[in-house]
Design a protein around this ligand. Structure first.
Ligand code: FE
Length: 202
């Protein structure tokens, strides 16, 4: 499976991202009872129901775990790719997605570390697999890390993404398929290409 390259035409990058997700229909989602593809689609559907409508949140939710799907990345003891959020950000940058989506995806593990440290109800509901990865991801945030997270202007969107992530582990849930998001993703890539042609050429 080829990763998207910044020099690829828009449609090639689009197809490459969708192929990574589409190829994950029978990929185990690190100890959860749904496939990676089902998890991505459920997360995107949850984000689409979020108010106000935030198309970048929807795309971030769809793509938030794409770092688990990159070939050849180091694994955490059967619990997925180490640093998958940063690998995901790098894949999305190469594919030409905007900086905010990259930032949301990169932050979705820190959001778990923030919520575990600040929200007892969230901590109590964490799935066993998510709790197992938490320890490998740095554990609950320190007070200084909490302050830094709360200063992030996109903190609320990152937390919303995390809630969508947690909600997206329901076996057999009926949600729109991958093709449903193709126009939204294509539109976003077009906007980014028009906004920063110098960046995408470099
Ligand atoms: Fe996830």
């Amino acid at each position: 499976m080829a990763l998207p390259s910044p020099t690829d035409p828009l449609d090639v990058r689009l197809d490459s991202l969708l192929a990574l997700l589409g190829g994950a229909s029978d990929a185990d989602y690190v100890g959860e009872p749904v496939s990676q593809l089902a998890h991505a689609l459920q997360a995107a559907a949850a984000a689409a129901a979020h108010e106000p409508w935030d198309p970048e949140l929807v795309l971030a939710a769809l793509l938030h775990d794409i770092g688990h799907l990159a070939p050849g990345v180091p694994q955490m003891q059967g619990l997925g790719a180490r640093d998958h959020e940063r690998i995901g950000r790098a894949i999305l940058r190469r594919a030409g997605l905007g900086s905010r989506i990259q930032h949301l995806v990169a932050g979705h593990v820190d959001a778990k570390r923030y919520l575990v440290a600040t929200d007892a109800a969230y901590d109590a509901e964490l799935s066993p697999a998510s709790r197992a990865t938490l320890a490998l991801q740095g554990g609950p945030m320190s007070p200084d890390e909490i302050l830094a997270f709360e200063a992030d202007p996109d903190g609320d969107a990152i937390l919303a993404l995390r809630r969508c992530d947690e909600a997206a582990k329901v076996p057999g849930q009926s949600v729109p398929g991958l093709g449903h998001y193709r126009p939204l993703l294509r539109h976003h890539l077009e906007l980014e290409a028009a906004r920063a042609p110098a960046d995408s050429d470099s």
